[in-house]
Structures are given as C-alpha cells and as structure tokens.
Design a protein around this ligand. Structure first.
Ligand code: ZN
Length: 498
C-alpha cells in the first residue's frame, strides 16, 4: 500500500535524479572526465558473433591477479610512470572473468590439471595430463578409457592447423596438456613398463607425424635426445631408450631449429612442420635471454606459419617462466617474463583480426605472493615500500616505511619460499631475524623477496586468476567461472557458432 510518506519519498528521488543531470562540481576533474570517456567506450562496445576461424589461448603460468599487478606496475615504471595507471595490452580487452582454478583433488592446483581443464573442458586431478579424474597419478593401468580429447585434436579433425609455444620445456605440463595423454606430468621422456601411452616427447613427434601438431616451439631438447648424445650447447640427452626424436622429426619432414639463428632462417610459408627446441631444459628467463627468440617472436612466427592454412588454426602459447621465477621468490625475473608475455599478447593482437580470431589471455593459477604496507605513489614495485606523501606532491616521500623491528620491507613478499627469514640452523631448527636490505639490494636482479615459511621452492596458491578475451564470443567469458569453461567458449566459438 502506498502511503503519503512513500509517495513523498518517490517525489524526492525523482527530484534528486533530475538534479544529478546537472553538471557536478567535479565535472572538469581529470578522473571524472576519464570515467566519462570510459563510459562512452563501454556503451559503444558491441559483442562480436559469428564463427571464430582462429583461436589463440595465451597462458602466463602462475600469473594470478596479484602477480599481474606487479607486472603492470613494473611495466609502467619502466616507461617512466608511477605504474598504477599503466594498462597492459590484454587489459584493454573488452571482456573479463575471474577463474576458479582448483583441481578435482587439490584446493591449490598444479599446471597439469589446470592445463587439461582449459584444453579439454574437464577439471581433473593434479599432475595428470589429458585424462579425467578417474586416473590415479602415475598408474598407467588406470588410463585406458579415461582419456580426454584436446581442442587441438578437434581443430585438426576439421582441417585446421595447430601450434604450441612455450618458454618452458615443450614437454612441460601446460604445453603438454594441448597434445598429450599421460598418467603423470613427469613422464617427459620415459614411461613405466606396461603404459599404453608413450612418453610426452614421443607423443609430440607422433602428433607431428599424424599432422595434429603443425608447429611446436619451446625448450626441452634433452627429452628428445638419447643419453649419449650431447647437444650443441654441451648438454646430454635424457632418453634411456636410445631414440633420437630430433632425427625422427626431420625424417618426417619437420624443420628442427635450436637457436635464434635457426629461428630467423625458418621458412614459415613452407607448410611443413616446425619444431623449435631452444634449450636443453626450460628456455632462459627474459632477463637472461641470449641467443633464443622471445615469446613475442615465437608467437608472431607461429601465427604466420599457421595462417598459411585458410581453414584457420588453434595456437596455445605459454609464458612458462613467470611461474618459475615466482617459485624462486625472485620478483625481478617474474615481472620481466611478465612483460615479455604482455608483448607476446600485443604481437598476437597485432597479427590477427578480431572479427575472426578469438584471443583468450589467462593464467593457470596464482602464487603465494603478497603486497605489503601503505606505500606512496611511484614506489618501485621491486624495492622498499616508501612513505605516502601527505603534503603537496603525490610521489612517495623517498623514506622507507619501517616495521616494528625498525627495518624497512619490500612492497612484495611471499608467504613461503627460498627468501624465508627463517634459516635452518646446524641443529636442524629454524631461526631468523629479518635482513635489513637497502634499496639497492632490494631492487637487484638476484634479490629474493622476504618470505615467511621456509621452503626451497615457493608454492602456488588457489586464489582466482583473471581471464581476458577479445574476438568472437569473447563476451561469454564473463563472471566468476570454473576454469574448464574456457574450453567450452573456445569450442562454441570455433565449431558451434554460425
Ligand atoms: Zn608452478
């Protein structure tokens, strides 16, 4: 029942709504005009429909929302800004969701289970590749009947080309989840007796021979060479079965390259398989990269090679070493690999047409990274937390904030890892006092951010990661989603949409 007072309230609301149309006092404020400009962009945004000819899935391993925040600030600060206002290339994409990354049997996921979720549409257990949750990790006898089909194989079935690129070993969990079936992610060059499926490296060459993988670039040369073969960089192969998979790849017509020189000489229009094995193990961190192509170079080359096929392509790209630098508690290398990933995304955006190419950018999981203190604007994200300027200026005071122990602390810390302040003593106990780094030490490339719990390798965390998307049906990636849903959007855009 409407009373007099509710009618009066309604009238008051109408009056205030009318007043809101008037120019507010802050209308000329830059933040206000920026907000208005963003509103107009959002209003002009039209969803792209129609079938996606190409799909590119770009995964920065271990680049959750927190890690990505560090990279955003580092990239901006490299360009002379405070960092916060910086926009990474994928942060311009019109669609965004938050992804729940857990594995079926793990609150904190690993990359094998998460990679399988994205490439095949089902969550599975930690540590297994291309199989469902009914497989017991490491037990090959549980695999038959529980294999799942990757989107890469589905693309091949309809005549499209497939590529996989990673800065990790190309046999490592994330890239392997696009082409392999394995009871254990560690079966990179051998399997226990009785396994129906071969080791992961052999499966990659089998896929090249079958035409289901047209291009593969990354590290991991050792898993393709016999133990008694030494590569050009002086590392021995790891294969105990004596098989030389490099020679086998060449025998099926693939061009195999091992360094920047070979990469630069590739004929990307030849239409024959390409295998790049640029390191014995993982490719170098971006901060140390020498004689190897960047992730952006590999992405651009892959798109050029795969685009030779008029039917379209699927490309899986992984920045594998964001994860490894996080495990090492070494933020300076994390963010440099993060920037290299951002440059690869930009390269993919530049090389494709959003009306026919769906680009999805995400991470498989986050790490135990944390951001400390009330730091002022422009505080170096690699360095010590500097005080907030309460006076006229907006840039930080240049004076480090001090903790209750009288020592400064870096903006970024880890909850666990090799930078732990607790050090093992000769009697096996752990004891520590916080080190007292100056700004020079804290911003050094080799600096390990302080951590609490001692662990030789810092761990993943289970918190959400973001998914950014552009192109056909990218707007379906919206809201808080389960990680395996990413596959279903790729599949709908590539196969089901008209
Ligand atoms: Zn990891």
């Amino acid at each position: 029942m409407k009373t007099l007072s509710t009618l009066m309230l309604s009238a008051a609301f109408i009056a205030s709504a009318a007043a809101a149309q008037d120019t507010p006092a802050q209308a000329e404020n830059r933040w206000f005009t920026d907000g208005q400009a963003r509103l107009q962009e959002a209003l002009a945004q039209q969803p792209i429909e129609g079938r996606a000819r190409n799909v590119i899935l770009m995964i920065a391993d271990g680049n959750g929302v927190g890690t990505n925040y560090a990279t955003r600030l580092f990239h901006g600060q490299q360009n002379g800004n405070f960092g916060d206002e910086n926009v990474l290339p994928y942060e311009t994409m019109p669609n965004l969701g938050l992804v729940k990354t857990y594995n079926v049997n793990a609150q904190t996921p690993d990359s094998a289970g998460t990679g399988t979720a994205m490439h095949a549409g089902v969550k599975t257990d930690a540590g297994v590749i291309g199989v469902d949750e009914d497989v017991v990790r490491g037990d090959c006898s549980t695999v038959p009947g529980n294999e799942v089909t990757s989107i890469a194989a589905m693309m091949t079935d309809v005549g499209r080309s497939v590529g996989v690129v990673s800065t990790a070993r190309i046999t490592h969990a994330t890239p392997a989840s696009s082409y392999a079936v394995s009871a254990d992610r560690n079966f990179e060059d051998s399997v226990p007796e009785g396994c129906a499926h071969t080791d992961i490296a052999t499966q990659l060459i089998d896929a090249m021979e079958a035409g289901t993988i047209d291009l593969a670039m990354g590290g991991g040369r050792r898993h393709f060479l016999p133990e008694d073969v030494t590569d050009a960089e002086g590392s021995n192969g790891r294969r105990a079965d004596g098989t030389n998979l490099v020679e086998r790849a060449e025998s099926i017509g693939a061009t195999v390259v091992f360094d920047q020189e070979g990469f630069d000489a590739l004929d990307l229009t030849a239409g024959t398989p390409v295998l790049g094995l640029f390191e014995s193990s993982h490719m170098q961190y971006e901060a140390d990269r020498d004689g190897e192509p960047s992730l952006a170079e590999m992405t651009t080359a892959a798109i050029e090679a795969l685009s030779q096929n008029e039917e379209g392509f699927f490309l899986s790209v992984e920045a594998g070493r964001v994860d490894h630098a996080n495990h090492g508690g070494n933020l300076a290398r994390v963010v440099r690999d993060g920037v290299a990933f951002a440059e690869a995304v930009q390269a993919a955006m530049d090389a494709t047409d959003p009306s026919e190419t769906l680009i999805i950018v995400t991470a498989d999981h986050e790490h135990a990274i944390a951001f400390n203190g009330y730091c002022g604007r422009g505080t170096d994200i690699l360095g010590l937390c500097m005080g907030v300027n309460d006076g006229d200026g907006i840039e930080h005071t240049g004076e480090p904030e001090l903790a209750d122990d009288g020592k400064p602390y870096s903006v970024v810390g880890y909850l666990n890892g090799p930078g732990s302040v607790l050090i093992e003593q000769t009697d096996g106990s752990f004891f520590g006092t916080r080190p007292n780094p100056d700004q020079g030490e804290a911003t050094d490339l080799e600096y390990l951010q302080q951590a609490l719990i001692p662990k030789g390798s810092e761990t993943h965390s289970g918190e959400d990661v973001a998914v950014y998307a552009m192109g056909p049906w990218a707007h379906l990636l919206n809201g808080t989603i389960e990680q395996n849903f990413i596959f279903h959007v790729m599949h709908y855009a590539a196969f089901e949409a008209e």
